[in-house]
Design a protein around this ligand. Sequence first.
Ligand code: SF4
Ligand code: SF4
Length: 72
Amino acid sequence: MTETTSKRQVRIHPEECKSCSRCIDSCPVKCLRIGEALNSMGYRYVVYDGDGCVGCGNCYYSCPEPLAIEVG
Ligand code: SF4
Ligand code: SF4
């Protein structure tokens, strides 16, 4: 059975993100983007567009910052 997108969620922890865009480049459905808001370190952190995540995990594996982005 095919996994539905609604069962997978990407969670971003804004304070851990360094705005490197690796997760954006790795996402097959392009549902991540750099947001407008800054975290306390001054980085524009990644945000989820709110729909379309297929739970592939590419963003998690491409992110160099522990805990910045999780999929589950
Ligand atoms: S898990 Fe895959 S589809 Fe979902 S946001 Fe990460 S890279 Fe994109
Ligand atoms: S790969 Fe990690 S640190 Fe880089 S923009 Fe994405 S969430 Fe932020």
